[in-house]
Design a protein around this ligand. Sequence first.
Ligand code: SAJ
Length: 418
Amino acid sequence: MKICVIGLGYIGLPTSLMFASHNCNVTGVDVNYSVVESLNKGMVHIEEPGLGELLKQTVEEGYFCASLHPVEADAYIIAVPTPNKEEEDYACDATFVREAVQSIIPYVKKGNTIIVESTIAPRTMETEVKPIFEASGYKIGEDLYLAHCPERVLPGKILYELKYNNRIVGGITEQCAKQAAKVYEQFVCGEIILTEAKTAELSKCMENTFRDVNIALANELARVCDELDINCYDVIALANKHPRVHLLQPGPGVGGHCLAIDPYFIYAAAKQEAKLIKLARDINSSMPAYVVEKVNLLMKDIENPTIAVFGVTYKGDIDDVRESPALKVVEQLRKEGYTVKITDSHVNNEEYVSMEEAVKESDLILVLTDHSEYKTLDYEKLTIPMRRRRIFDTRSIVTLSKNTNIELIHYGNLHEYK
Ligand code: SAJ
């Protein structure tokens, strides 16, 4: 099978390589010249376990190549970003999807399958994608097969989840879904479930909304506990002993290109009804300001306050800073006059320094990302050069030895600092 994937980002690249490692001939297309060039040399531009090895192997075997332009293929997969619109309701901006579709029109021929994997608002396939092919004279379901098959993989576990997760295939017609399913049968071991495009669109948005709402509940609980002088981590651990309760973890907010974006697609499409979804977004978006408010309390008597920020990616052990709440915290802290030194070994940024450099003469370590390395650090040694040995751990990942004189603050004991 010949496959052409449009968009070589966090989803398009791993997807391309999965097909390529299952003996499909894959051309991956991206508008970014340097990405195309480095991929063809076997170098990845994304941090994801196993991806580098898979790229080298598939490039060497000749199953994968990157290109600036689409080619003729049996199936096309579109995996481009769908940001929020700038307007107040943050609706889904499908511009890149429409552009990707336009870019393949000259190459498409009868019998092809076209799949959109990008997360899109409910009914986008019907109202924005299908008309582009119809305008070129194709009859969907007869000449071309069009489907929405949302990606559902977790950054950090992408290659495993691509293969083993269940896959939703939403066709514009039943025949479209059947043809799209054949594409994923090349490597998917999970169940391939056929449905309508609009149902697939809303299911995907709802999966991330489910998680966003549940994280909002955990963040709200942390704030309630602060108010009531109760340790929220004890509450979470105990409540989770119930067989049907699974509270998530509070943090500095929700980031990434999924949870912080997709719930708005539903809200914008049905504003009057999607009240809880919007409220959860508001709660999660308010967390960076909450963290800054608490830092202000902790630092109130300190002159020329300096903070060492540990981690800026939106979650641990990845290099992705998109929508990262940590960056919002940093921005606000700087606006309020703090000197902020940042360390994050997963991110290439000239401004960022080593952990040792960050803690030197600082008054607080502020842990904003749950990178594994922060869980096992020797904080006794690391904090010696600090002006004040204090850690505010918004992820509850730091453990200290029993007799330490380092002050460790987290959402569980924050109420002691009022
Ligand atoms: N977070 C918390 N507390 C928690 C769990 C997560 O604050 O208990 C935060 C994280 O730190 C991060 C954000 O939520 O800032 C999102 O992280 P995540 O691990 O929940 O999810 P993503 O955005 O990396 O990936 C999600 C996944 N969706 C679901 O689990 C329903 C993934 O399966 C999707 O494929 C992906 O979105 C996507 O591309 O849509």
